[in-house]
Write a protein that binds this ligand. Structure first.
Ligand code: PMP
Length: 394
């Protein structure tokens, strides 16, 4: 029903089930990016002519829309970045750098692991990892034990696992984090597109979001910062548009959010991102969640019927990503055969090698759905999967 809103599906017969890698873009987003480059391509927050004023106005409108989208108190608490990866690196190399201990979960994407390694932290030497239970759920007992032993820490946890779709109970994680006088950053790469988020209710300190995982352009992300931390967060990079006054003796920074947005931003991307948020607001995230939950339940029941399947978690507390393996077959081989049948999934470690190592596997096949997918997509995929299994067995 919704595919007609996405130009990709008009031009391609691919059954696209790789939405955790990136989502398709509604026509409004594509049109807005073209509109910017065609009709008012100018820099923001600098010049004072018509095109520049329009670009600045639309750029700031995205900030306002995103503020409402996640129920942040003020627009200045949203800063634009290149994506979740840049937001995580920014916080790791500024605010979080001085903390003795960083606590992450077992299900983190590499972008929430490697920035900590870059600081010379390794397991039990400045970096602690919360266990995942057998069903891959977050082990709260272990988390509290880590916090008890390491109060005043910095906790950096993903909202949803990109490899398995497991949803972490961020509200509960935030309560425990703050009980032990620690701070919480949440990687929202896989949550923002799937269900309603209220950063005040969750009580997170930082929330790192990605436009391209949320039906918007690539190369754009945003970081929500709790108000009391806005003045405490050190500046990450400086340059054009971050400065109030400069002499050769000193630089005086602008206030937030501008002091955190150095250099010319991805203007077309940011402006396009608003259209993605507007589109989601029109459908509503309640509807998105309902549609995806139905599809995911259907996918799970169909997968369970496949012979020799190993499924890693059930549909409780999960979004649209399902990971599995077929006994004695290589996940990447299956991925290649599915591609030949024009079915796009991801096979491999999904940039989450540590959890793959814990599970003693090289990788999985991940089917990740979005609300525009259909039961028919899942039927085609299941048929293709069965065919690939037969081909590889021969
Ligand atoms: N964290 C998670 C959980 C992800 O899935 C991804 C993207 N695969 C990232 C971080 C990186 O996000 P971005 O592409 O916005 O840098």
């Amino acid at each position: 029903m919704y595919k007609k809103d996405f130009p990709f599906f008009k031009n391609s017969s691919v059954v696209y089930l790789d939405n955790a890698a990136t989502t398709q873009k509604p026509k409004e987003v594509v049109d807005k990016v073209v509109d910017y480059y065609t009709n008012f391509c100018s820099n923001t927050h600098r010049s004072n002519h018509g095109g520049a004023n329009k670009a600045t106005k639309e750029f700031e409108a995205t900030r306002d829309t995103l503020k409402d989208f996640i129920n942040a108190p003020q627009s200045k608490q949203i800063i634009f970045t290149k994506g979740v990866t840049e937001s995580l690196n920014m916080i790791a190399s500024t605010f979080a750098k001085e903390f003795k201990t960083i606590i992450i979960s077992s299900l983190e994407h590499h972008s929430n692991i490697t920035p900590w390694h870059m600081q010379g932290r390794t397991l039990h030497k400045g970096l602690e990892v919360v266990n995942a239970k057998d069903n891959l759920e977050f082990d709260f007992e272990h988390f509290e034990e880590l916090l008890k032993n390491n109060p005043n820490s910095f906790v950096s946890i993903t909202h949803v696992s990109n490899a398995f779709g497991v949803i972490h109970d961020i509200k509960k994680i935030a309560q425990l984090t703050h009980k032990y006088n620690s701070y919480l950053l949440v990687d929202a790469a896989q949550s923002l597109a799937h269900f309603e988020v209220d950063v005040q209710d969750l009580d997170v300190d930082f929330y790192a979001m990605s436009s391209h995982k949320t039906f918007g352009p690539t190369g754009v992300g945003a970081l929500y910062i709790k108000e009391n931390l806005l003045e405490k967060l050190p500046v990450y990079q400086t340059g054009g548009a971050t400065i109030n006054d400069v002499s050769f003796e000193r630089s005086i920074m602008l206030d937030a959010p501008y002091k955190y947005e150095a250099g010319t931003q991805n203007i077309a991307g940011v402006i396009g991102f608003k259209k993605a948020l507007d589109y989601l607001n029109k459908i509503t995230l309640k509807e998105v969640y309902k549609l995806e939950h139905e599809l995911c339940t259907y996918l799970y029941t169909q997968l369970k019927k496949v012979e020799n399947i190993i499924l890693y978690n059930d549909t409780k507390n999960s979004t649209g990503s399902r990971s599995f393996n077929i006994k004695n077959l290589n996940s990447e081989d299956i991925g290649i055969l599915l591609d030949k049948m024009h079915i796009a999934v991801r096979a491999g470690h999904h940039c989450a090698q540590p959890i793959m190592k814990k599970l003693n596997i090289d990788g999985t096949i991940r089917v990740s759905i979005a609300f525009y997918n259909t039961k028919e997509d899942i039927d085609i995929f299941i048929k293709g999967l069965k065919k690939a299994i037969l081909m590889l067995k021969d």
